[in-house]
Design a protein around this ligand. Structure first.
Ligand code: SF4
Length: 359
């Protein structure tokens, strides 16, 4: 695709196809930069179908930037609960506060100011500025990299961070600067609907005639990926500590993995340690309470991006001590009826229904 004419054909074919064939998604029916920003933050690492209900609920709760900026972090995390990657929510919330304080509530449309906001990296900046403000920045996500690898027979592994620059340069090169909003969305949509990871629908592809992988019969060999190391698995023991009809929950520090969310006390089971012993030890270390184990509730498994957990959950009785926190930043004794008011990680939601049922 070296000559300008081919480049033009690629742009026209992609944009025309997009205008005819794109999915009618809620964030495509708005020109409001705040709504577009929310959608792009949610769509990072997350499937469209998962995002749709969260997007609607979020905008119902926080219909404009001012509402979001003035909410407290717990309200924001509660609405985000279950969507994962909570740093996205915390950053978006903080960024909304900064936009209100420093930019009078108007989202900056220039790259330098927008990228200074928490959580705004290359992808969010290019996506929001191009879609909401028609600024000529090319987006590069997983779908885009796959399309580019096949179009250009590019061998740089798409899951290696050092390859990002290569794909970014290619994306910038083919960007239609007259209509960056439609063009960026067209490439992403092509990757989502036609140029899929397995069995791409090359027969329906608007850029088939320009695709080097298709023309050379090498579609299934692209994109290239490096083999990832298997993720480690940790064994966790958690205790539901009962005292006078209430249970103890603790809040994680506001930053880092699952930051600001609530959970039940517990922690990693040491090598050769029984999970029951770990549960009692961790509760003592974390909240300074002596507890005894009454019952085994269940085991749940959960996968995060870089590790997996197997979690054993025990029902414990309070024995003695006063809560002193080491690690968590807050705690609460709540009834099980009150549990839905607090944002919990997804792994906890895997056993909370059983806990409520048990009473
Ligand atoms: S022809 Fe096939 S491999 Fe090439 S861009 Fe289109 S869908 Fe992807």
């Amino acid at each position: 695709m070296s000559n300008i004419q081919n480049m033009k054909i690629l742009q026209v074919n992609l944009v025309n196809w997009y205008l005819k064939s794109h999915r009618k998604l809620p964030w495509r029916a708005t020109a409001d930069p705040y709504h577009i920003w929310v959608s792009e933050v949610m769509l990072q690492q997350t499937q469209v179908n998962t995002v749709i209900p969260y997007y609607r609920t979020f905008l119902k709760e926080f219909p404009n930037l001012k509402h979001l900026a003035r909410a407290n972090q717990q309200q924001v995390l509660k609405v985000w609960e279950g969507l994962g990657y909570y740093a996205r929510a915390r950053n978006l919330h903080r960024a909304a506060q900064i936009v209100l304080e420093k930019h009078g509530g108007s989202i900056p449309s220039n790259l330098v100011d927008f990228k200074k906001l928490p959580g705004v990296g290359d992808y969010i900046a290019a996506a929001v500025l191009s879609i909401a403000f028609d600024r000529p920045f090319a987006v590069v996500d997983g779908n885009v990299k796959r399309v580019l690898a096949r179009l250009f027979l590019e061998s740089a592994p798409v899951n290696q961070s050092s390859s990002h620059r290569i794909y970014k340069d290619k994306a910038e090169k083919i960007l239609d600067r007259n209509d960056p909003a439609a063009f960026n969305q067209a490439v992403m949509e092509l990757g989502a609907l036609i140029c899929t990871p397995r069995n791409p629908a090359c027969g329906s592809c608007p850029v088939q005639s320009l695709c080097r992988a298709y023309q050379s019969g090498k579609v299934s060999a692209y994109p290239k990926r490096i083999k990832k190391q298997p993720v480690p698995q940790y064994h966790i023991a958690v205790g539901i500590v009962y005292k006078n009809g209430r249970v103890l929950i603790t809040r994680r520090k506001p930053e880092g993995l699952l930051g600001g969310l609530w959970e039940f006390p517990g922690g990693k089971v040491d090598k050769k340690e029984a999970p029951q012993t770990a549960c009692i030890r961790e509760i003592k270390e974390e909240v300074n309470l002596k507890v005894g184990i009454d019952d085994y509730l269940t085991q749940v498994r959960h996968a995060y991006t870089h590790f997996k957990i197997v979690m054993d959950i025990y029902c414990c009785r309070y024995v003695s001590g006063r809560v002193k926190l080491r690690g968590p930043v807050d705690y609460c004794w709540i009834t099980l009826e009150e549990i839905d008011r607090y944002p919990f990680p997804k792994a906890n939601h895997k056993f909370i229904p059983l806990l409520k049922q048990k009473g």
